[in-house]
Design a binder for this molecule. Structure first.
Ligand SMILES: [Zn+2]
Length: 756
């Protein structure tokens, strides 16, 4: 940061302190002035409780040994946490499920031609790192839910292995048909790489970490620095989770003892081809043995060699075999019963299983959650009585396939649909800025929480720091203006990749995902080096951001649990839906323009004229120009939502104008019940095309991006996949869900208008 900017920041923060003190007079959203004052007192008491030293101690204990699904220490950790919660006086139990979890039996990668090389597939222990030598308990490097297979084939380099990369490959006349594809990590979720490779005819897939994305180009490597060393390997699941997450054998239902299970051969979420992850040390000889065209500029990694596409002459033998065993899951569930609204549940979770020792992922989040629970236990002893029921969940089996949360969510689906107010997730933590993702009906709410949390480094509200970052990062004057002037910071829509998935995407429960980070880069993700030594040397070393996460998530839980009126806001939602609709229209227009332009260039002979005759160059195929789509139903629905949201907002302002909340207790109860269904209205039991498990019609992980979110996914993916009839049908479905949402909000507004 420039020194001038620092001065401004100082002046600003003084101004903010003044602003903040008068702000506290404003009742919290959904509270009367009196209940808001009482609430703020409890929240202040709460935020003083979480202790960095405790988080450090818990982390040292929980990450002391490898604790993946089915390992002895996984169960041991669950029992230790259970005992802690009970020791603090909380009601807690362990819920178990039985799920399919493959572990490696045979792993082999060897280069047969033109030279011989056998990949190590092993991360070495480091003398300075005391837990890195627990080899007997470590899960070897592998990709869970890879198909078994034994293939020998020429190698082809496919960059990140996204659909676009295969289009580029076709332009240089290369196919992966019958080949083994080698893709680098990054740019898409790892499970997409073998999926797309198989769709293009590859018989096997290797995924490696290129130092350009994850290694020495980024910074000094571990143990000197935080970044991935040459033998470090990213483990991870390659299950087709965009189809459905959770136990592959029990889609849609909890994997209880007597659940009906699919035959392994009928499972659709296991990869079609064998796949293994490798280090850049193991990848280098394979890539160096490739010939053929030199790769396009953007495909170059930073290994010290020229990158070629292949195919061959490198010929690779890949063999993968797993033990396809059923393993137990241990979800630790803590319940604090609500005093006046026990049938309204606020659910909070973070997982506890890891690929290996997992200090950052997930324990840095787990320990923050534990300190929240201890904080609540303390407040309960002091007389705090949350109105609503609070449920704290420490999930098992997140890493392989969101197993623990998905099976629990499916097993309790009916109750959750009736009772859940919101789900608040975290999955690890670090040093830096607060990242907020989630349902836009909670955008205003979580912005309000972030205004009340102090950044441990800068001593300004974390909200303010996020806002100033948004100003600094803005790419256009419009973005900068919005960052300065919009009442709330926009929150990210959620795709997949952590435990909110079943709550938001399957059950339609308004969800949030919270974490601090961005100042703590690192390259130990899913390796044996993600451990206590690494975390306490390179991440949130004093656990001050761990405390901030406890304060943030804990305050959010309390504020939701104690509100008189549930603090959803629909104006932010309506504004966001409008922006998604604009994006969809732009997307179609761009596709039309691009197709017209490409066809014209084909006619003009551009591609053949500019191709270097000494290199292979294939003109792209002619494109069908996308037809116009009828967005009118979505535009009307989006307008209806805006009107209802504004009407609700006005009605709420009117009943709460003088610090009172003039709604009778019975009416309030009924209104909360109604509002709780607002996120549910955005779902449809038929779900998305070809993946009915995903019921939310506004947010979903992309079928070809994995973690990456697709908003209004039915429509967006139909356009991307050129399914024009389906696009029109999906517009109608999304519109009808938004109309239902608008009707519910209207009816809530009417209740407020009549309720005084
Ligand atoms: Zn995680």
């Amino acid at each position: 940061m420039r020194s001038g900017a620092r001065l401004c920041l100082l002046a600003l923060s003084c101004f903010l302190l003044l602003a903040a003190s008068s702000d506290t007079e404003q009742p919290l959203h959904g509270y009367s002035a009196a209940s808001s004052r009482a609430q703020r007192e409890w929240e202040t008491k709460f935020r003083a409780i979480p202790e960095p030293q405790n988080q450090r101690d818990y982390m040292q204990r929980l990450s002391a040994r490898p604790h993946h699904v089915g390992s002895p220490y996984d169960k041991d950790n669950a029992e230790w946490m259970l005992a802690k919660f009970k020791e603090w006086g909380l009601e807690a139990n362990i819920e178990t499920f039985d799920v399919l979890f493959p572990t490696p039996k045979v792993r082999l990668v060897e280069l047969l031609e033109p030279t011989k090389f056998t990949a190590k597939l092993q991360e070495p222990a480091l003398p300075v790192d005391p837990t890195s030598n627990q080899q007997a308990e470590q899960l070897p490097t592998y990709n869970a839910y890879s198909a078994d297979g034994d293939v020998t084939a020429p190698l082809v380099y496919v960059n990140y292995g996204t659909p676009d990369d295969y289009e580029q490959l076709a332009r240089i006349g290369v196919s992966v048909k019958g080949a083994i594809a080698i893709a680098r990590y990054g740019n898409s979720w790892r499970g997409i790489k073998p999926k797309v490779a198989a769709e293009h005819g590859a018989v096997g897939c290797l995924i490696y970490s290129d130092p350009a994305d994850d290694g020495y180009t980024q910074g000094d490597v571990f143990p000197t620095g935080a970044w991935r060393p040459r033998d470090g390997v990213q483990r991870g699941s390659v299950m087709d989770m965009p189809l459905y997450p959770g136990d592959p054998l029990t889609p849609g239902v909890g994997a209880t003892k007597d659940a009906k299970r699919l035959d392994l051969k009928d499972v659709k979420t296991i990869t079609k081809i064998p796949v293994l992850p490798i280090s850049y040390a193991d990848a280098q000889p394979l890539l160096a043995a490739l010939k053929g065209e030199v790769v396009p500029d953007a495909w170059r990694g930073s290994l010290p060699q020229t990158y070629h596409v292949g195919p061959g002459p490198a010929k690779v033998h890949l063999k993968v075999q797993s033990n396809w065993d059923i393993k137990p899951l241990y979800d630790v569930i803590v319940k604090i019963p609500g005093s006046t609204n026990p049938d309204e549940w606020v659910v909070r979770g973070n997982h506890h299983d890891a690929w290996v020792n997992g200090a950052e992922d997930p324990i840095s989040g787990t320990v923050a959650l534990m300190e929240e629970a201890r904080g609540f236990a303390t407040l309960l002893k002091q007389g705090w009585k949350p109105k609503r029921t609070i449920i704290y969940c420490v999930w098992d089996g997140e890493e392989p396939a969101l197993l623990g949360s998905t099976e629990w969510g499916e097993a309790h689906a009916d109750e959750l649909r009736r009772h859940a107010v919101a789900y608040i997730n975290s999955d690890g933590n670090g040093r830096g800025y607060l990242s907020m993702g989630g349902s836009h009906s909670l955008e205003k709410f979580i912005n309000g929480v972030a205004r009340d949390i102090q950044d441990p480094e800068k001593k300004i509200p974390v909200w303010k720091r996020d806002q100033l970052k948004a100003i600094a990062d803005a790419k256009t004057p419009e973005e900068r203006k919005e960052a300065r002037d919009r009442a709330d910071l926009r929150i990210n829509a959620l795709g997949s990749g952590s435990d909110w998935t079943v709550f938001l995407d399957h059950l339609g429960i308004a969800s949030l995902d919270l974490a601090y980070g961005d100042e703590d880069g690192g390259g130990i993700y899913h390796s044996i080096y993600d451990d206590f030594y690494w975390y306490t040397h390179f991440s949130d070393t004093d656990f001050s951001y761990g405390r901030a996460l406890s304060q943030t998530a804990g305050t959010a839980v309390m504020r939701l649990a104690d509100a008189d009126l549930l603090p959803y806001d629909f104006t932010g939602l309506a504004d966001t839906i409008h922006s998604y609709l604009d994006e969809l229209q732009k997307l179609l227009k761009t596709k039309q323009d691009d197709a017209i332009e490409r066809n014209k260039e084909l006619e003009e002979g551009v591609f053949t004229a500019i191709a270097d005759p000494k290199r292979t160059s294939v003109p792209p195929p002619a494109e069908e120009v996308p037809p116009h789509l009828n967005f009118a139903p979505l535009q009307n629905a989006s307008d209806a939502l805006t009107h209802s949201a504004e009407r609700y907002q006005k009605a709420l302002e009117k009943v709460s104008s003088d610090g009172q909340l003039r709604v009778g207790p019975a009416e309030l109860q009924a209104l909360n019940q109604k509002l709780m269904q607002s996120e549910r209205k955005l779902t449809s039991p038929e779900g998305l095309p070809r993946r009915p498990w995903f019921e939310h019609l506004m947010y979903a992980p992309g079928a070809y991006t994995g973690y990456g979110v697709k908003t209004i996914p039915g429509v967006r993916e139909a356009i991307e996949q050129k399914k024009w009839k389906e696009a029109d049908e999906q517009i109608a479905r999304a519109a009808s869900a938004l109309q239902d949402e608008a009707a519910l909000i209207d009816s809530a507004a009417q209740d407020l208008e009549n309720g005084k």
